[in-house]
Write a new protein. Structure first.
Length: 573
């Protein structure tokens, strides 16, 4: 769980806003919890900006995990007692958020212990732990800690810990082993991650890292061979998860309806979107003189208009300026005056996250660091092919809206600049409330885009609807990976490489997570319509959107409560 904190590191959560008294009280409780968790999650602490743990590494032993879970149980009891003594409803709500998050973690840990064989992609974990420190947004002091962390990976024998943890559990033949494709990918990507670590240290010109790197490289290469000889032969051949594990995965990303209901809703929406896509594609075909008006043909033709090489960054920066102009002209939401950050991904980053994404800012102790819109140019998991889906000129509109503004970058910037409690920014964070906003941002911008941009915006929404039925169907054994991939390549019109990324995502990288886009968007869209109906001519979309962003990362039910009890009454008066 990416939830950690050190008291000394957190001078202020916000770089701009003054902290209200209730937020200070709430954060004190959050700090106590995060301090406990941080001791066994140092890499995640660094990601949030907790410098105290920058030189430390995770402990993968069963004893360490047991200790952490016992401390979490104690914290749940402590927070429950505190909640009964608090009079401020906002603090009480934050305590309830923290309690629910910790209880969810305990439930997931219990299910994992009962049903899953412990499996670690150590090379990827180490790369991530080093990368978070050798981030150009960090100070030289933080970057230097990467050498200390590298030594810690060797000294604590993390590779040996991972082997021992898995080996101990192999005797239990009832445990679900990892999917063979997950193991194969971990094996194949190990050299990429080792090279990525070396490139990070070389690029930042640090001293004294070479001996530890040489030893760690040897350990990781040995681990790669161990995966081949010991884990791959026992890996499961079927991608299907036990239903109890899949349902739990959905809950962890904020999807609180049954998989069957999710499939039903998504199939209906998929058909509706497909019809709208055909209407827009017909108009584009007529304008361009295409004889074939089928939306699939039109998208494939438009995808041939690629931006490549040195043109990519300038192109996307200009695209963002065009989008920001639209946002301001139509009073859609309040934008910062400063520019957003956009950069290209390294090969190792692309191996870890092969899709375009937003690299979040530190949420603790932030002194002006902001998120980054990161573009992968190749997919190392697809033989080094360039991912043409992300550099299509038509798709660049909705991609920039989603990852930059008014999507993720604006969402996280608002938390930094407006100031929200840690409970609402860290403990409340799940995929449904994060991705739901970004997909909603795509929807509210679509009508202002050129026709080509509208078609790709609809394609992106069709992809999210497809995710919401393909992901559960795959994990419940209702469709094969091959047939699911054909839906994505033939009907959603994704490239082969991107479609395979999606199948990997559903089946072993993040089962359930891909459904959260559709579910979060659905809830936010419903909330807006209900608010419009209640306020009628008093409804103002800019005020509504600014209010939503100021709530931090509240999950759908709590966000609905905030709108109904605070936003609507404030406008109705």
């Amino acid at each position: 769980m990416k939830r950690i904190l050190a008291l000394a590191a957190c001078a202020s959560f916000s770089v701009v806003a003054a902290e209200p008294a209730w937020v200070t009280t709430s954060n004190q409780y959050a700090m106590e919890v995060l301090q406990k968790i941080a001791e066994n999650s140092p890499e995640n602490g660094s990601e949030l900006g907790i410098e105290t743990y920058d030189g430390k590494v995770a402990n993968l032993t069963l004893a360490a995990e047991t200790q952490t879970l016992n401390e979490i149980r104690a914290e749940v009891t402590h927070l429950q007692t505190a909640e009964t003594k608090q009079s401020d409803p906002r603090v009480k709500q934050d305590l309830q958020i923290m309690i629910a998050t910790l209880q969810r973690q305990l439930e997931s840990a219990a299910l994992s212990e009962q049903y899953e064989l412990p499996f670690f992609n150590v090379a990827e974990k180490v790369f991530g732990g080093i990368q978070v420190l050798l981030d150009d947004r960090n100070t030289p002091k933080r970057m230097q800690k990467a050498v200390e962390r590298l030594n810690a990976y060797v000294d604590t024998k993390m590779v040996a810990q991972a082997k021992q943890r898995t080996t101990q559990a192999l005797a239990n033949k009832q445990l679900t082993t990892p999917y063979y494709k997950e193991v194969e990918q971990a094996i194949a990507n190990t050299p990429q991650f080792i090279q990525g670590i070396e490139q990070l240290f070389t690029a930042h010109k640090l001293q004294g890292w070479q001996p530890a790197f040489a030893e760690l490289s040897k350990q990781l290469n040995d681990y790669q061979q161990w995966l081949k000889t010991t884990i791959l032969p026992v890996a499961r051949q079927s991608n299907v998860l036990p239903e109890i594990l899949y349902s739990n995965a959905l809950k962890n990303v904020g999807v609180d309806i049954a998989p069957e209901e999710l499939i039903q809703r998504a199939l209906f929406e998929y058909a509706e979107i497909r019809d709208e896509m055909q209407t827009v594609a017909t108009d584009i075909a007529k304008a361009k003189g295409y004889k074939n008006t089928d939306y699939r043909f039109v998208i494939r033709e438009l995808k041939k208009q690629q931006v490549t090489g040195d043109e990519v960054l300038p192109f996307f920066k200009q695209r963002l300026q065009d989008i920001e102009k639209i946002v301001r002209e139509h009073d859609i939401v309040t934008l910062p005056q400063r520019p957003a950050n956009i950069r290209l991904a390294s090969a190792a980053e692309s191996a870890a996250v092969p899709a375009a994404h937003m690299n979040p800012p530190r949420l603790i102790g932030n002194t002006g660091e902001y998120g980054e819109f990161v573009l992968p140019m190749i997919d190392p998991n697809a033989g080094g092919k360039r991912v043409t889906d992300f550099t299509s000129k038509g798709f660049s509109w909705t991609l920039t809206v989603h990852e930059a503004r008014p999507g993720h970058e604006l969402q996280f910037s608002n938390m930094i600049e407006q100031g929200v409690s840690m409970a609402r920014a860290i403990f409340a964070m799940n995929s449904a409330n994060v991705e739901g906003w970004a997909l909603y941002a795509e929807a509210i911008m679509k009508q202002y885009l050129p026709k080509e941009g509208q078609l790709f915006s609809l394609q992106a929404r069709q992809q999210r609807a497809a995710r919401a039925f393909l992901d559960p169907m795959l994990n419940l054994g209702l469709i094969s990976p091959e047939d699911a991939k054909k839906v994505l390549t033939d009907d959603v019109v994704l490239s082969d490489a991107f479609a395979q990324q999606e199948i990997n995502r559903y089946t072993f990288q993040m089962p359930g997570q891909a459904t959260s886009y559709f579910y979060g968007y659905m809830n936010l869209r419903e909330l807006r319509v209900a608010t419009e109906i209640k306020l009628r001519d008093k409804f103002n979309q800019k005020a509504f959107h600014d209010f939503i962003l100021k709530q931090g990362l509240l999950p759908p039910k709590l966000l609905k409560q905030a709108v109904e009890t605070t936003f609507i009454p404030s406008v109705s008066q």
